[in-house]
Design a protein. Structure first.
Length: 417
């Protein structure tokens, strides 16, 4: 049987975070957008205190030891924990509050997601626990992109050479556009997960991800970007120069020659979360649009012949439909991850659909509200700027569409470029 019901625990989480986002995040949203590169201390401190009280993990389904409700799924032996679904719901609400602040909160972020996806149990224990126990706020970042390798991540040239005398990896190379990279390198007890090749001749098989901890000599921030949107979050270039890390900081099994495949598995977990963040932005734009429509005497007439609707009604209904379709696809991908079902295809489907759909929704919201949509009086113009990134990072719209096409037609990367 198919059920589209939201589990009560997940709905409760959404409500709690929405109340919080309304009060704290919306208060700072405009200020943070106007003051790129300045940290919102009240926000960071609030989130850090909540993390230390165990609230962030239970809000997001992250690293909580607490047992959530575990329904049995027909045909499945193991009960499903709603960790990814809860996380998607939480990310939607936080991004409804403000997507930039959500990315800037002291949290394991994409770096932590990489550890959770491909790390050993010991690595998870060592690196993830600190996001609720460290003395100071800390961030996790993931550094894949390089000046000459973005969409084609197999083309990275950062190297990780093993020094057999000291049993350390020595990293050399440059990473660009690392979300929360500055925070992870400079201000925290966090870490950067960097993709590097152990052996360029081995191609993809040589690529692995390595945890470089805050304070490691040889890792430094060389640039912080000025951006169109998500300006509350820092985006940094990071240089690794003879940067030595312990042997055990290679994620997963160092000996396995399936490095790239393992590293790519991170995206199956993170793409639905990026999609969930986009949905939060789109919902914020749609809801504000609906409010302004109602305040101006507009009424949405559901269930009547489409030909009798006004153009604004049609647009608002289409925005709602796009949002709901995006959410269903995203929750399906997250639910599959929870159920232990391979979701590579679904993670790319939800990301490709949502990145485009929500950029369209946010653009429509600005258009429908006219000058008010374009004015800084409202957050609508900011949501349009914030929305676009979701069609770029964690694989652009084109790249995710390509992944979907390859999987549908059973073609390899070489056969369909
Ligand atoms: C704000 C921000 C934050 C980011 N955060 C991170 C982060 O935390 N960690 C990280 O590693 N990276 C991060 N990135 C980098 C991001 O993931 C890359 O920008 C993205 O993957 C695209 O790579 P690229 O910039 O090299 O573009 P390119 O790969 O050069 O692509 C340029 C254009 O060509 C298209 N294209 C490329 N190949 C194909 C193809 N085969 N078929 C059709 N079209 C194609 C792309 O879709 C795109 O439209 C971030 C980027 C931004 C802007």
């Amino acid at each position: 049987m198919i059920s589209f019901e939201i589990p009560p625990a997940v709905a409760g989480t959404s409500k709690m975070i929405n109340d919080f986002a309304k009060i704290i995040m919306r208060k700072w949203a405009r200020w943070a957008d106007d003051h790129e590169h300045e940290q919102v201390k009240e926000w960071v401190d609030t989130m850090w205190n909540l993390a230390k009280a165990g609230m962030v993990s239970s809000m997001t389904g992250g690293l909580s030891k607490k047992k959530s409700d575990k329904p049995k799924v027909e045909g499945e032996k193991k009960p499903v924990k709603y960790q990814n679904v809860t996380m998607a719901a939480a990310v939607e609400e936080l991004s409804w509050g403000d997507a930039g602040l959500y990315l800037a909160m002291p949290f394991m972020g994409l770096g932590g997601a990489a550890v959770a996806a491909v790390g050993t149990d010991e690595q998870k224990e060592k690196f993830l626990k600190r996001f609720s126990t460290a003395d100071n706020p800390c961030w996790g970042a993931m550094a894949i992109t390089e000046p000459n390798a973005g969409s084609d991540s197999a083309a990275i040239t950062t190297t990780a050479a093993l020094d057999e005398k000291t049993n350390e990896w020595v990293l050399n190379g440059e990473k660009i556009f690392v979300t929360q990279g500055k925070s992870a390198v400079e201000d925290s007890e966090g870490f950067v997960v960097a993709w590097a090749t152990r052996d360029r001749k081995a191609g993809r098989a040589g690529i692995k991800s390595f945890v470089v901890e805050h304070g490691t000599p040889g890792m430094k921030v060389t640039k912080v970007e000025e951006k169109l949107g998500i300006r509350a979050s820092d985006t940094a270039s990071i240089f690794f120069e003879d940067c030595r890390i312990p042997y055990d900081n290679v994620l997963g099994d160092a000996e396995v020659k399936e490095g790239f495949k393992g590293a790519m598995a991170t995206f199956d977990a993170t793409r639905p979360m990026v999609a969930a963040s986009a949905i939060g932005i789109g919902r914020a734009a749609l809801e504000r649009c609906q409010e302004l429509f109602a305040e101006n005497g507009g009424q949405l007439r559901y269930g009547i012949n489409a030909g009798k609707l006004t153009s604004a009604e049609r647009d608002l209904m289409m925005m709602e439909a796009q949002l709901k379709a995006s959410r269903l696809l995203t929750w399906k991908a997250a639910w599959m991850a929870d159920a232990g079902i391979h979701n590579n295809l679904e993670a790319s489907i939800c990301k490709a659909k949502t990145g485009k759909a929500i950029t369209w929704v946010a653009n429509k919201a600005v258009e429908l509200c006219g000058p008010l949509g374009y004015s800084k009086t409202e957050l609508l113009e900011k949501w349009l700027r914030d929305a676009k990134i979701n069609d770029i990072f964690e694989g652009t719209g084109q790249i995710n569409t390509l992944v979907v096409a390859r999987r549908y037609f059973g073609l390899s990367g070489k056969e369909l470029k």
